[in-house]
Ligand binder design. Structure first.
Ligand code: NAD
Length: 439
């Protein structure tokens, strides 16, 4: 079976590569010429553990190809995956479907053979229907079937998530599309992965409901964390205490500076907007969106409050990406905190293990002192601020840290250290939802 993947970003590239690893013949197409020329040379444009090796291997074996030419990519294709971006639309925050519909219009022009068209991009419920109607109108003689197959991979663990998912959701409305999807996911089904077959609308909504729920869990623990600080409780112990209840579970109860990334912020907003269109109000998700926005905005002032004024103070910043193991800067909390601190006169010495190139693009409007490793961030700093939970930042040698810094102050927005370790290290330590250690 021949697969075409349209859009070779995080999701398209991982999807295409993993399907080629399953033994299918895959062509990935993208409009971005630079991206495709990099990929053709076997280098990948994003940081994703394990992906480079898999891309190289499957290019070599001839099962994975890259092109900018849609016509070439569609040649003898049995199934097309749409994996283009669906960012928040300016103004109302709904999912912007312009890239998806552009693809449909291009397909209307280029396709002449029978094919199954699968939406992998996260799209609001009802989009599958719109795709069908649009293509039917523009190419009335084309024989095609649609399917919805939302993606749940996490950046940083994308290969593992694709190859060994908790479940695969497949929404179809025809025997033909279901048969093709069954064949594609047979390698996973044979490993015991649960494949849930639903209607197209249900599949579309499952994706948003999942992200809404996970975002709610994060905001929940963040709000409980604020209460812990006021009443003297310890949020890590609270998370463990509630997480041990199997009905709740410990995952996604890690306190932090607010969720970011390419999915939760835009998907929660789009979910509220969709509900509104159907005359429903998702007051819980509305509250999550507001809670997270307030939290992200509150983190800069929190640093200021800890340090008194930040004017003229050198602050070492460890981590810029929205989470560890990715170079993705989309909606990262650093985009809220750093401009705030810079405006207040802080001198910011920043470093991220994999996100420097992306961060330089996203933070180009403010003055930052770009450093090249952890030590150079700490050098002569009045305080150090951990923003991303990269493993290497959880393993600092505090004897060295204290030698390098002007003052031994650590502000940790990821709670990477235990209070006991920080007491032993002799650092002033400010984390979230726990008592402060002031020396
Ligand atoms: P991305 O921005 O990394 O990649 C999208 C790619 O599509 C870009 O390379 C762009 O050049 C290309 N593109 C746009 N229009 C095109 C066209 N007409 N023809 C060919 N290529 C085109 O996006 P992403 O992070 O991979 O996300 C894609 C979708 O998957 C989104 O709907 C997102 O919500 C969803 N999703 C993302 C993740 C994630 O972790 N990133 C996880 C699950 C679902």
């Amino acid at each position: 079976m021949k697969i075409t993947v349209i859009g070779t970003g995080y999701v398209g590239l991982v999807t295409g590569t993993c399907f080629s690893e399953f033994g299918f013949d895959v062509t990935c197409v993208d409009k971005d010429k630079e991206k495709i020329s990099l990929l053709r040379r076997g280098s990948i444009p994003i940081y994703e553990p394990g992906l480079q090796e898999l891309v190289e291997k499957n290019i070599k074996e001839g099962s994975l190809k890259f092109t900018v030419d849609l016509k070439e990519a569609l040649y003898q294709s049995d199934v097309i995956f749409i994996a283009v971006g669906t960012p928040s639309r300016r103004g109302d925050g709904h999912a912007d479907l312009v890239y998806v519909f552009d693809v449909i219009d291009e397909l209307a022009q280029q396709l002449s053979h029978e094919v199954v068209i699968v939406t992998k991009s996260t799209v609001p419920v009802g989009t599958g229907r719109k795709i069908y109607e649009r293509l039917k109108k523009k190419a009335p003689n084309l024989c095609f079937y649609i399917a919805s197959n939302p993606e749940f991979l996490r950046e940083g663990a994308a290969i593992e998530d694709f190859m060994n998912p908790d479940r695969v959701i497949v929404g179809t409305e025809s025997e033909k599309a279901k048969a093709v999807m069954d064949k594609l996911y047979a390698p996973l089904k044979n490993q015991g992965v649960k494949i849930l077959n639903t209607s197209i609308e249900t599949a579309e909504l499952i994706k948003y409901a999942a992200n809404g729920f996970l975002a709610m869990k994060i905001s929940f623990i963040n709000e409980i964390s604020d209460l812990c600080e006021k009443c003297g409780a310890n949020v890590e112990e609270v998370a463990t205490g509630i997480g041990l209840d199997e009905r709740i579970g410990r995952k996604f109860l890690n306190v932090g500076p607010g969720y970011g990334g390419s999915c939760f912020p835009k998907d929660t907003k789009a979910l509220c907007y969709t509900a509104e269109q159907y005359g429903e109000s998702l007051s819980l998700i509305d509250a999550v969106v507001k809670s997270n926005e307030i939290r992200k905005k509150s983190m800069g002032p929190r640093v200021e409050e800890i340090l008194g004024s930040v004017q003229g103070k050198k602050i070492g910043v460890l981590g810029l990406t929205f989470k560890s193991n990715t170079d993705d800067m989309r909606d990262s909390v650093s985009l809220d905190i750093l401009p705030y601190l810079e405006k207040k006169g802080a001198i910011l010495q920043v470093y991220d293990p994999k996100g420097m190139d992306e961060a330089k693009k996203s933070l180009k409007n403010i003055t930052l002192d770009w450093r090249f490793n952890t030590e150079s961030v700490l050098d002569d700093a009045d305080a150090v601020l951990i923003l991303t939970e990269w493993e290497c930042f959880g393993d600092l040698d505090f004897k060295k840290v204290k030698d390098l810094m002007k003052k031994p102050i650590l502000i940790d927005f990821r709670n990477l250290y235990s209070l006991k370790d920080m007491e032993r290290a002799g650092m002033s330590y400010y984390s979230l939802g726990r008592k402060n250690i002031i020396i």
